[in-house]
Ligand binder design. Structure first.
Ligand SMILES: Cc1cc2nc3c(=O)[nH]c(=O)nc-3n(C[C@H](O)[C@H](O)[C@H](O)COP(=O)(O)OP(=O)(O)OC[C@H]3O[C@@H](n4cnc5c(N)ncnc54)[C@H](O)[C@@H]3O)c2cc1C
Length: 457
């Protein structure tokens, strides 16, 4: 065998698997194959001046490369079983939390020390929310910020680079079963290994589907989250964000009984484009460095859509809605809340008249032409509900960017070791459909690495 272990994908899942393997068994021969660039070469060309919108790079630096989708993320490591994935269903709640805390310790050791750990448990906001039929979920969140997150990744890479073979700009084409292990085929060469950890994240979702089909690994896919990214003056949410940083609030709509939730809150942050398989959606992040902060806070409002038989392509449904916004707006659409309520599109002049300056250059338009009525009604209801705990949320000038879609990878059938029906073939992180966050994906990597090293002992 060329390697003891091959890891496919250098996102948080792959990195933490690699880190833990090297920590416990430094003699192991490990290789990491990554479709995107090395960390130092990852640059999104959008500079807001010459290049204003996504130009569909061959490898999207926001989503791919060392650090995965997490490299330019806000670096919010939520330590909780309440959201961010269902890892606990496989490995138990206590172990999942222990692993997330372990990941946090490593992040602190590699440059995150000093970043604040926020906690929602037992705060007065829980009471305030519940009084208005809003439900604040419990979590501890370590906010590294985009800048410190990058430094942590850089330090971890420096620690690993001489111990492991990294192959960047090397997408894996296929994984095949061979006697005693697996063969991993890239464009110019094929490598063999005893154990293979697949951690290809959301950007590798289509590829993952193909691999599962080829190897006949059972999967299921029935969920997609659709919504908008809200941007408003930071002062509106300051009482919450100063104390909690991130608040995950869930609301059940009166009209349909659907659940709408806040997601990925970025105090004093910026709204950004996200490119998933060529479709432009919206996301957000913020910096720890005050010099890079803005006057606005952004967060997503998402409605989870679960489908039942016979429909199976939940991601296809989300993509079609995102494509509609791309068709009408040439990318992401932005609309003032006041315009949405009055049933009119936002125009450049209405945007100019507004008291809030958008942080993303999106096309003013009409989200009611894009989002299904049920989803839009839910979002509007939630904005009015949030207005009661954060007055100013339902202001006419509040900006809604659309669409934000959370694609869920199909869930791959694995056992409690995150191992497929093929011994030694593990599927972890967001690519497994089990995790949807930095801390859960990283924890899944540590879990699998420990399992592998136990077998070698
Ligand atoms: C803008 C943005 C902000 C975010 N903010 C947060 C946040 O604050 N907190 C949070 O918890 N989560 C956040 N997330 C989500 C978080 O980044 C992911 O949950 C996390 O990165 C998942 O880790 P992963 O290792 O499973 O996959 P990924 O990070 O997606 O990494 C997978 C890697 O595999 C590579 N790959 C794919 N296919 C192949 C192939 N065939 N061969 C080789 N390599 C391949 C990809 O290039 C990629 O680098 C954010 C995401 C984005 C895009």
């Amino acid at each position: 065998m060329d390697y003891d272990v091959i890891i496919i994908g250098a996102g948080p899942g792959g990195i933490f698997a690699c880190y833990e393997l090297m920590k416990i068994k430094p003699d192991m021969k490990v290789a990491v194959f990554e479709a995107g660039h090395a960390l130092s070469k990852r640059h999104c060309p959008i500079d807001g001046k010459k290049i204003k919108t996504c130009i569909n790079c061959k490898s999207c630096s926001i989503m791919s490369g060392f650090g995965g989708a997490g490299a330019f993320s806000d670096g919010k490591y939520n330590i909780t079983n309440d959201f961010g994935g269902t890892l606990y269903e496989y490995i138990g709640k206590k172990q999942a939390l222990d692993l997330m805390r372990y990941v946090d310790e490593i992040n602190m050791r590699y440059g995150g020390d000093g970043c604040k750990l926020y906690s929602t448990a037992g705060t007065r906001f829980k009471t305030l929310c519940i009084q208005h039929d809003l439900h604040l979920l419990d979590a501890s969140v370590r906010h590294l910020g985009t800048d410190i997150n990058y430094i942590v990744l850089k330090n971890i890479y420096t620690h690993l680079q001489d111990k492991v073979d990294f192959y960047f700009d090397t997408p894996v084409e296929s994984v095949k079963i061979i006697a005693g292990g697996y063969s991993v085929k890239c464009k110019d060469a094929t490598y063999s290994c005893e154990k293979c950890i697949v951690s290809v994240g959301r950007s590798g979702s289509k590829w993952m589907e193909k691999v599962c089909k080829e190897l006949d690994i059972p999967t299921k896919s029935n969920r997609v989250d659709i919504g908008v990214r809200v941007e408003l003056p930071a002062a509106v949410f300051a009482h919450l964000t100063d104390e909690l940083y991130e608040s995950k609030i869930v609301y059940r709509t009166e009209k349909y009984g659907d659940k709408v939730r806040t997601f990925c809150m970025n105090p004093k942050g910026a709204v950004v484009n996200e490119n998933t398989n060529g479709i432009i959606t919206v996301n957000g992040h913020s910096y720890e460095d005050p010099a890079k902060q803005t006057d606005n806070t952004n967060f997503a409002l998402l409605v989870a859509k679960h489908f039942s038989e016979p429909f199976k392509d939940s991601n296809g449904y989300g993509e079609s809605i995102a494509r509609l916004s791309n068709m009408l707006g040439g990318g992401v659409i932005v609309q003032r809340f006041g315009d949405l309520i009055r049933g009119r599109r936002s125009t450049p002049s209405r945007m100019n008249d507004s008291f809030i300056t958008p942080t993303l250059n999106a096309t003013p338009g009409d989200l009611s032409l894009v989002l299904p009525k049920r989803i839009l009604d839910g979002i509007i209801e939630m904005i009015y509900a949030l207005d009661k705990v954060a007055p100013g949320t339902a202001n006419d000038d509040t900006l809604l960017y659309g669409v934000e879609v959370k694609f869920y990878n199909m869930e791959v059938r694995v056992n409690e070791q995150l191992e497929t029906c093929y011994p030694g073939l593990y599927i972890i992180g967001d690519g497994s459909g089990i995790t949807h966050s930095l801390s859960h994906a990283s924890a899944s990597g540590v879990h699998v690495a420990r399992n592998i090293t136990e077998q070698v002992n």
